[in-house]
Design a protein around this ligand. Structure first.
Ligand code: AMP
Length: 516
């Protein structure tokens, strides 16, 4: 029965003058104290409260990463508005769609995008449009400067909406996942314990963790896993505007925790300066949002001496599972996303929603306080997404082993049915990725007159290697059932990925349509 912000704030260090966020970007780093975060968000909350909007009004923000952008989010929580973060990569048609769907009363965009985002916002019925640059420019802070910085955070119930988070839509039209204060508070508290965030309520702020935060702030990973995690532990954050391996290497020795999508680890491994010494002070590396290749997991361990903790979550549920932290690093199993987070139910079921035996592939379903309240204004989609007994159908396909470790095999929408046989792309990709000369692969199904769908692989060669389609296909035939072996193999320079590192298979299906 409490506002998420109140729960976060209760964990800020007693020394409010201590550094909460060190922001790198243009020029010298800027230091923000805990008091700055509280008062900055209070000022913006007062501005928003003065608009006198009806309860549950939405505020959509398409802004670059900055501490002020985080304050804007916190201000929405405090003032009881529903925050709608939008990917900075979205262009006109996408912004029009999100504004038309979420109907925000307030839109915040960058000063540079004001002409077209502002137009889309007013046409979509927004009452107010503010601008916010990553250099503290723009009308949001100008207007907020006229307001007081103390704000009495509104009381919220667990079920009240906090965020409308649009799914990344690698397979279809994006849907707005309605996340409540209770969803996110329960998840942040569970992860604080599971990942052993260092709390030092009595100690100096230096005893606390320091998080290297180079993720975007418009996605669950950067906002709800990383930023919430640090805020609810009273930990310091070092903000980088984006993935920047050279800058990250420089900052790593001052950090104890890093979170990234797999691409971050791959890019850091390409830096000769990544050494054990540089990573000696870290205690936790977390990866998620997309599958971490076993090879990356192992290379990281060889180079740094650290075992990455892979976890699994999604916009609709925040985090569901995580490999263990603490204890023997061998408990973190590559290729798995670990057991269920305490308090959360994870099951793998067959087509009739009945749990399957251990090590059997099926649909992943989730139940718990982390599971969202449904899709925004899509009652039919919401109803379809839950079983009769209240489990959320994730759309992911996977298997639980006898110890309760979950492995993700793919998305059910990516499942290929060829000649009546089910092929899970991840399984074939794992075989291809083991082949000499192959860096990575994506397996897709393409329409085929005989088979319904034909299995096709798109591969990226290692530097200096070339891909011989016939040799690869022959090698695969020796290892896996014939129906799983790709009919064709296409080599590309790189796989198309969205900002969170997910391969956009829809683009590959379009590009290679008609090739079989
Ligand atoms: P999003 O809602 O954008 O965070 O996307 C969530 C989806 O990302 C999940 O449903 C999974 O398909 C995928 N995902 C997240 N974490 C992992 C992981 N560790 N391994 C494989 N897939 C993942």
């Amino acid at each position: 029965m409490t506002n998420l912000y109140t729960i976060l704030e209760a964990n800020f260090p007693a020394d409010r003058a201590a550094c909460a966020i060190e922001a790198h970007g243009q020029g010298a780093p800027l230091l923000y104290s805990w008091a700055d975060l509280h008062h900055g968000s209070g000022r913006i909350a007062n501005l928003l409260a003065a608009l006198d909007l009806p309860a549950g009004s939405r505020l959509a923000a398409q802004v670059d990463k900055s501490v002020e952008a985080l304050m804007l989010y916190l201000a929405c929580l405090r003032a009881g508005l529903v925050y709608v973060p939008l990917n900075t990569a979205y262009r006109k048609a996408e912004i029009e769609y999100f504004i038309g769907d979420a109907k925000p009363a307030v839109v915040v965009c960058t000063p540079a995008n004001f002409s077209w985002v502002g137009k889309a916002a007013f046409c979509g019925g927004a009452e107010v449009v503010y601008t916010l640059g990553d250099d503290r420019s723009g009308t949001l802070l100008d207007r907020a400067a006229h307001h007081a910085d103390d704000f009495a955070t509104l009381e919220r119930a667990d079920g009240d909406l906090a965020v409308l988070l649009y799914t990344s839509g690698t397979t279809g039209r994006s849907k707005g996942a309605m996340l409540t204060h209770g969803n996110m508070a329960s998840n942040a508290l569970a992860l604080r314990k599971l990942w052993s965030w260092r709390l030092a309520p009595e100690g100096s702020p230096d005893d606390r963790d320091t998080l290297l935060h180079a993720l975007p702030l418009f996605h669950i990973h950067g906002l709800f896993v990383a930023a919430h995690g640090a805020l609810i532990a009273g930990a310091r954050q070092i903000f980088l505007p984006k993935l920047d391996p050279a800058a990250m290497l420089q900052l790593l020795p001052r950090c104890t925790v890093m979170m990234g999508v797999p691409t971050y680890y791959v890019r850091l491994l390409a830096e000769p300066g990544l050494t054990r010494e540089r990573c000696a002070g870290l205690r936790l590396f977390v990866s998620g949002s997309a599958p971490l290749l076993k090879e990356t997991f192992e290379l990281w361990r060889e180079r740094t001496g650290h075992t990455i903790v892979e976890r699994y979550g999604m916009s609709e549920t925040v985090m569901n599972t995580s490999n263990p932290v603490g204890g023997d690093p061998a408990l973190r199993r590559p290729g798995t996303v670990g057991p269920a987070i305490p308090g959360i139910g994870v099951r793998v079921v067959d087509g009739s929603d009945a749990p399957v035996a251990a090590d059997t592939i099926g649909d992943i379903q989730i139940k718990g306080p982390n599971v969202f309240a449904g899709y925004w204004q899509m009652p039919d989609k919401t109803a379809e997404s839950f079983t009769a007994d209240g489990w959320f159908r994730t759309g992911d396909v996977g298997r639980l082993d006898a110890d309760g470790y979950l492995s993700i095999v793919g998305r059910s929408k990516d499942l290929i049915i060829t000649g009546g046989y089910n092929v899970y792309p991840k399984e074939v990709e794992s075989f291809i990725d083991e082949m000499p000369g192959i860096a990575e692969s994506a397996v897709i199904g393409l329409p085929h007159a005989d088979f319904g769908e034909a299995v096709v692989a798109v591969v990226v060669a290692r530097p200096g290697a070339t891909v011989d389609e016939a040799v690869l296909i022959a090698a695969l035939k020796a290892g896996i059932a014939n129906y799983k072996v790709p009919k064709r193999v296409f080599a590309v320079e790189e796989l198309p990925r969205n900002t969170m590192g997910k391969v956009q298979k829809n683009l590959l299906r379009e590009r290679f349509a008609g090739a079989v």
